[in-house]
Ligand binder design. Sequence first.
Ligand SMILES: [Zn+2]
Length: 338
Amino acid sequence: MNDHRAAPVDPADSSRPAAVHGSCCTAGMPEPDAASGSSRATGAASPGEEGEEVRRFWQRLGLPGLVDVHTHFMPERVLRKVWDYFDAQGPLTAGLEWPIAYRQEEAERVALLGEFGVRAFTAMLYPHKPGMARWLNGWAADFARRTPGCLHTATLYPEPGVETYVREAVEAGARVFKAHVQVGAYDPADELLQQAWGLLAEAGVPVVIHCGSGPAPGKHTGPGPIARVLARHPRLRLIVAHLGMPEYEEFLGLAERYGEVRLDTTMAFTDFTEKLMPFPPRALPRLAELGDRILLGSDFPNIPYPYVHQLAALERLDLGPEWLRSVCHDNATRLFGL
Ligand SMILES: [Zn+2]
């Protein structure tokens, strides 16, 4: 069904954590700590200054720029609804203030990524109900066509016909998919998805999947359902969003077990997340060991701190410049053939 009137999320529908999505970490988040280097919730540094700060980060590493596998672009009306929800401080944000740092028009947000030196990025979008994915995929294909640097992104949902539109998207050049187990409230091991997973595994197209139980668990979140998917599709290129928070160690375990499983850093290690779902220090050696399968993700633009804070949060892990180069650029260029 292509009726776009069905598409916008309904912020009043509290049964769907989906409504807030865009940002993947919503509930129970503390405010950014002004003393910790993440003080610019909105606009304290000029865009020019921030761009320079970000560029200095990758220049220090000797990189030609960044690749960010987890950025959100979606139909404007959908995005506005998401922002409205944050503004209303609804139950899914636990009533907390969530000042979105990058509330510019779409063209300005794209330009800002360019200024940051993000050479390639995605347009993460996903349905929270049936009949929406095909329409979102149409929008995303057009967005990728008109947006230099954007990796053509698509999405899916367990519904009749899913394998058809997934195949169409792959044939149309989709280079990455997004799946959202928490928002979609579906079992990723659902029989309806098996053909689609098989197709994506065979095509080698990566799928960024929000499947961890952060910020709030869903019926099908956690490592269990994903382990069942991987048991049937061991070559599926899943990129576990948010490093699987808060089940960091279980998802690292899946990456250790399956050579095509990767994780993105989105919101992990930031002051914001560490207060709520801290990464266990004992798992740092495993993170270092998996350095060739960790990918930079940010959740731009729906983040309540400046973009550069995600980079600083990675740097302060102290895993070294080689690890940072791999995570912030090289792993993604290899994966996507950039
Ligand atoms: Zn996200």
